[in-house]
Design a protein around this ligand. Structure first.
Ligand code: S3P
Length: 464
């Protein structure tokens, strides 16, 4: 109980803090370039914003539940805003209050035909998850996105949804805009070839509208936030022979929800602590779902002094505080299932690599080439600009460690990819001289508060 009380107190503390950050973040939206200088040691307590993956899911599932759900600590990421805007386009009433949202769920059949094309912006999660839920509606809809999203693969969701009876067409049968007709869905058993939580979630959401049971088998266990929230809200969803099964047409019930802090956002600061000597930090109220914590395992395997305290469970999600203390790290190799489990943290781990003893090798990461940018190419190009030694492979890269020399400040082109802009802001903390991050406002896609938090830590350092 004490743990629950603690977690609640954290989230309330965060609520006002995150609102302040959101307002400050608007300032950064208009800042095209960000200059980063080497950092001095800092120590302090930090809170990261609400988890992006979980925010999308809570909003979508709450909109399909009966009754009002108040969701606290909802991510201010532009991606999650895209999800809210699409839901509004489907007739869902959403009120924004502080850094929370209140969603008026109308039940499984409550969405209305949209008057115009739904725009998922830059967000793959919005497009793929909504494609699943829209496939089961009794009205037609269209889904589009920005230039980057319109070039990302969608057949991975289209094909299994068609097997369920959905009527979907796409440009070249692969790319958005997606035209989704009304269809009667039936449950299927589907084995995914690619490890993708977005595809799994699309099928589980479609499974809500299907007749019978939908079973999804994945090659590697990916983040299970969709499963957890669907179960919390009343769906019959359970593991079945190493797969996950959901029964169609349940009744979902609204409830208050609190989004845990985003571990993928915390990862930037964890790596910062390993770059800047004499640094010590506690990050509070972070989601520690075991499908997301491979980053902590990998840092610990390299010798990082990282630990987790104050564990609790909220809405089926593990939440706790992470403590990290600067320590020299060895380096290592990431491959196989590990790669899938820390897919979003790979850019910042590559940026940490030149500060490790032996460097870091990343393999089996071909999925990185079809994210918001080709993250293998973008990371390699920008690391080379900073003087790192990088070998690029079709499925990853190898970045040399400290013996290859200290990084130098450089101009970084993140190619409109939020995680690249943040990863190189962290790499810059230990580099010689100034680093300029071009188009730095792209961080608003997942973490609008990023630069404000980073600057706050830098100030802490100066005051100490
Ligand atoms: C996400 C799943 C991952 C991840 C993305 C968020 C999710 O994508 O890279 O940032 O919320 O389900 P894939 O499903 O394409 O692996």
């Amino acid at each position: 109980m004490l743990v629950f009380a603690l977690m609640h107190a954290h989230s309330i503390g965060h609520r006002s803090g995150a609102w302040g950050c959101f307002k400050a973040a608007c300032y950064y939206f208009s800042v095209a370039k960000k200059r980063i200088h080497p950092a001095q040691a800092f120590s302090g307590v930090l809170m990261v914003p609400g988890d992006k993956s979980i925010s999308h899911r809570y909003a979508i599932v709450a909109s399909l539940a009966e009754g009002r759900s108040e969701i606290a600590n909802f991510s201010a990421a532009a991606d999650c805003r895209s999800t809210l805007d699409c839901l509004r386009g489907l007739g869902v009433q959403i009120e924004e209050k502080g850094n929370g949202v209140i969603i008026d769920g109308k039940g499984l059949t409550g969405w209305k035909a949209p008057r115009k094309t739904l725009d998922a912006g830059n967000s793959g999660t919005t497009m793929r998850l909504l494609a699943g839920a829209l496939a089961g509606q009794e009205f037609a809809s269209s889904l589009t996105g920005d230039r980057s999203l319109r070039s990302r693969p969608m057949r991975r969701v289209i094909e299994p949804l068609r097997q369920m009876g959905a009527r979907i067409s796409a440009r070249e049968d692969e790319f958005a805009p997606l035209e989704i007709g009304c269809g009667k869905l039936r449950g299927i058993e589907f084995t995914q070839k690619i490890a993708s939580a977005q595809v799994k979630s699309a099928l589980l959401l479609a499974g809500l509208f299907a007749e019978g049971e939908t079973i999804v088998r994945e090659p590697v266990r990916t983040r299970d936030h969709t499963e957890l929230i669907l179960r919390e809200m009343g769906a019959v969803i359970e593991p079945r022979d190493g797969a996950i099964s959901i029964q169609g047409r349940p009744k979902l019930l609204a409830r208050p929800l609190i989004v845990p802090g985003d571990l993928s956002a915390a990862a930037f600061f964890l790596c910062a602590a390993l770059i800047v000597p004499d640094t010590e930090m506690t990050i509070q109220g972070v989601g520690l779902n075991p499908t997301r914590t491979a980053i902590l395992d990998f840092l610990a395997s390299m010798g990082a002094l990282v630990s987790v305290v104050a564990l609790g469970i909220r809405e089926g999600e593990l939440v706790g505080d992470i403590q990290i203390k600067h320590s020299p790290v060895k380096g290592g190799k990431i491959s196989g299932a590990m790669t899938a489990r820390l897919i979003d943290e790979l850019p910042v781990l590559a940026a940490l690599a030149p500060y490790t003893e032996e460097g870091i090798e990343i393999r089996d990461a071909q999925e990185l080439r079809i994210k918001e940018s080709d993250r293998i190419a973008t990371v390699a190009e920008n690391l080379r600009r900073m003087g790192a030694h990088v070998e690029e492979f079709p499925d990853g890269l190898r970045v040399a460690g400290r013996s290859a020399g200290r990084l130098r400040g450089a101009t970084i082109d993140p190619r409109d990819d939020h995680r690249i802009a943040m990863a190189f802001s962290i790499a810059a903390l230990g580099a010689e001289g100034e680093t300029v991050i071009r188009d730095a406002d792209c961080v608003k896609i997942s973490f609008p508060e990023f630069f404000e938090l980073l600057e706050g830590l830098a100030k802490l350092g100066k005051e100490d």
